[in-house]
Write a protein that binds this ligand. Structure first.
Ligand SMILES: N[C@@H](CCC(=O)N[C@@H](CS)C(=O)NCC(=O)O)C(=O)O
Length: 287
């Protein structure tokens, strides 16, 4: 390995450093332009995109609706991060971190902003009393795994995915570093799932939704074109769990929301409620 870079005493921003998404990266926060957010008719207004962090939340909404929680109807508005929508003044106002997903809950006397996907999952699960035990050891175990996901996935996305798939050149050191960590995390899950149906025990919870969006989709070969490189078939318990969750109709619907890429028949955009699913689409996704 050759190190060709000597850091200066003080780092300064010299603009686009290359690679996918480089054009949206900046070393400062805050809005870049004025843009109000649209507001629809439903109690929940979701501003998001169908990345793994976005899919966690649309899967939970669809699971709540599938379980009969009619109060979970939502409008889903596309925030296209490749076009800088996350830096509009309206979006930065509901998430000062300018990252999807962000939610506004209109069920109370004042609109309530909720940002960070884990916070959104907890807020909705508590509101509807679903997919999260109310108290006790079972709740702690769900929180353990939800926090594990929130803390661990950046090594997969910002580390492995970035250097393996998005960086302007392939560099062995960071790819080795983050492949090792990604495989270690997959092994953590594989060992845990060896004798449990779901990650926190016998029940399907928000921890499974959060972890599946990242690690489930990774072993199913949907991320970074890295299934063979990571030898995902060797994580047999993760694979069994990932396939079981992937087969749920609500998960299939959740993956379609705010999805501006791929097969148009597998996309749903903005102002979404249950009636948006025509029979043909429902047949196609097995709902
Ligand atoms: N910890 C945050 C991470 C959110 C996040 O990284 N979102 C990405 C898409 S998956 C994003 O909006 N990126 C836009 C940007 O970095 O400008 C969460 O879980 O909500």
């Amino acid at each position: 390995m050759t190190d060709t870079y000597t850091p200066p005493r003080v780092w300064t921003w010299e603009g686009d450093s290359g690679g996918r998404f480089a054009s949206i990266n900046r070393p400062v926060a805050g809005p870049t332009h004025d843009k109000e957010l649209p507001v629809g008719k439903h109690p929940y207004q979701l501003y998001s995109l169908a990345t793994p962090n976005g899919v966690k939340v649309t899967v939970l909404f669809e699971e709540l609706l599938a379980a009969g929680h009619a109060g979970a109807e939502y409008d889903a508005w596309l925030i296209n991060i490749g076009e800088g929508d996350q830096f509009g003044s309206g979006f930065a106002g509901i998430n000062p971190n300018s990252k999807i997903p962000a939610l506004v809950d209109h069920t109370g006397p004042e609109p309530l902003r909720v940002f960070e996907s884990g916070s959104i999952l907890i807020h909705l699960a508590e509101t509807f009393g679903a997919f999260l035990p109310a108290r006790g050891p079972a709740r702690v175990e769900v929180m353990n795994w939800l926090m594990w996901q929130m803390g661990s996935a950046p090594y997969v996305g910002g580390g492995f995915g970035h250097f393996y798939a998005y960086a302007p050149e392939k560099m062995e050191y960071p790819i080795n570093r983050f492949t090792m960590e990604t495989k270690r995390q997959l092994d953590v899950l594989n060992r845990e799932l060896a004798d449990k149906a779901f990650i926190a025990g016998a029940d399907y919870t928000i921890a499974d939704m959060a972890i599946w969006a990242w690690y489930g989709q990774l072993v199913l070969g949907r991320m970074y074109d890295a299934a063979e490189f990571l030898d995902v078939d060797s994580y047999e318990h993760v694979m069994r769990w990932a396939k079981a969750i992937d087969a749920r109709p609500a998960v299939q619907r959740g993956r379609m929301v705010n999805r501006p890429f791929g097969d148009p028949a597998m996309q749903l955009h903005e102002r979404h409620d249950a009636s948006d699913f025509d029979t043909k689409t429902q047949d196609k996704i097995g709902a």
